[in-house]
Design a protein around this ligand. Structure first.
Ligand code: PGA
Ligand code: ZN
Length: 424
């Protein structure tokens, strides 16, 4: 179905950290109009597309998005308005051509992604399809499962003032049979974890950017054992009912020569040993960014040692970038992609990344960013493309917008929850 773009508009709105981001609106010739907002990361990979910020230190510490907004209202509107597009790929190609840089640094990936998403939403409405069905069509699938949630319990790294080296400890309600059940299990574990934090660390709730609890853990292992203890205290069996996923985000404690993990200073081989030991001692089923983003020679060894029982998941390492994903497939560096569309900047390029990963037999975790808005398009994207979804905890509206959208899709469509790869 073709669509003629009538107008593109944008405004600056605030994200979950109170920082500006871009919301774009696309109006089609038929009169349909839809908006979408761009998220923003903090623990970013160096190969990510560029998020354009104003750099005016007197306003939002330089983080304003007025320049990106004006790019939508002027350059992008002028170039696209009045044109008829055969589909998402044509719109996204026009956006990339207009930008003309390899990392979207002229117009800004925040401006480009907001437009790409606003067009997707308007086009889905024009076709009278739910957004997830539209997204699924972009990778030649139809949506028939819901992604299994991986939900932040404890936080460290850049999302929690770097108190603990590791960034996220997530729970995976592996035995839950529905989204509804998975979230109820999560609530129980979160409450048990909050009680544990109060008792052990004498701390009331202190939440990190994505809603995880962030007490002053003494060692990296303490985070893992406290998570197991919370699962147990909530009445679930760790390793059967509830598993763990971790985002080590190790680029952010790699000092250029060694991994500064807690009190230890490790080389790549020692870091791999540590991760393998954790995977044997704790019910860990997914390890994200266990090694830093340019440790290309060590990633295949980590993948080999973890085998198929654990997802070796690349986030900053892959940056949702087809070139990096192809290299990782060829070298056997991962078996799972963490997909964040703003790392690459358009829906079509992210679709290409997703298809490369799927064709290689990898699993795909569709992920939010630590800076999010109340927009819920990510839930639809995860239903369409994801085996897993990573959105953050269950305590903030920016995260809950996505969980609540998943509950609504579940209630409407009765889709089964995706099985964990190795679950019975
Ligand atoms: P970010 O972190 O959104 O701050 O980059 C999320 C992650 O590392 O998975
Ligand atoms: Zn990550």
């Amino acid at each position: 179905m073709t669509n003629t773009v009538l107008a593109l508009d944008a405004m600056e709105i605030l994200d979950s950290r109170g920082r500006p981001t871009v919301r774009a609106t696309c109006t089609l010739a038929g009169g349909i109009s839809a908006s979408a907002s761009a998220p923003s990361g903090a623990s970013t990979g160096s190969a990510e597309a560029l998020e354009l910020r104003d750099g005016d230190a007197t306003r939002y510490g330089g983080l304003g998005c007025r320049t990106a907004v004006s790019h939508v209202r002027r350059d992008i509107h002028d170039a696209l308005a009045g044109r008829t597009f055969a589909g998402q790929a044509e719109v996204d190609a026009a956006l990339c051509a207009l930008d003309g840089t390899h990392n979207k640094s002229r117009l800004g990936a925040n401006a480009i992604l907001a437009v790409s998403l606003a067009f997707a939403r308007a086009a889905a409405q024009a076709e009278r399809r739910p957004l997830y069905a539209y997204f699924a069509g972009l990778i030649g699938r139809s949506a028939h499962t819901l992604p299994r949630p991986t939900i932040n319990l404890f936080s460290g790294g850049k999302h929690a003032g770097v108190r603990a080296s590791m960034q996220d400890i997530l729970i995976v309600p592996a035995a839950a049979r529905s989204m509804d059940e998975a979230l109820a299990v999560t609530y129980g574990v979160y409450q048990a974890a909050a009680a544990l934090v109060l008792r052990k660390y004498e701390m009331r709730l202190l939440r990190a950017d994505e809603g995880g609890l962030a007490p002053p853990f003494t060692t990296p292992e303490a985070i893992l054992s406290d998570a197991v203890e919370a699962i147990d205290a909530a009445g679930y069996t760790p390793g059967r009912d509830v598993m763990l996923a971790i985002d080590v985000a190790s680029s952010h404690f790699f000092d250029g020569a060694r991994y500064q993990l807690g009190a230890a200073s490790l080389n790549s081989a020692e870091m791999i040993e540590r991760l393998v030991r954790w995977s044997e001692s704790y019910p860990i089923v997914s390890i994200e960014d266990g090694l830093h983003e340019d440790d290309w020679s060590a990633w295949p060894e980590l993948r080999r040692r973890l085998g198929d029982r654990v997802l070796t998941l690349g986030d900053d390492f892959l940056c949702t970038n087809p070139v990096r994903i192809v290299r990782a497939i060829e070298t056997g560096a991962c078996n799972a992609l963490l997909l964040k569309v703003n790392q690459i900047g358009t829906i079509s390029e992210a679709a290409q990344a997703c298809m490369l990963a799927r064709d290689a037999g990898w699993r795909v975790t569709v992920s939010a960013r630590s800076g999010e808005t109340e927009d819920d398009w990510l839930a639809d994207l995860a239903v369409a493309w994801g085996d897993q979804i990573k959105v953050g905890s269950i305590t903030q509206s920016d995260r809950l917008a996505k969980y609540n959208r998943l509950l609504a899709i579940e209630q409407e469509m009765h889709l089964p929850l995706m099985r964990w790869p190795n679950a019975a």
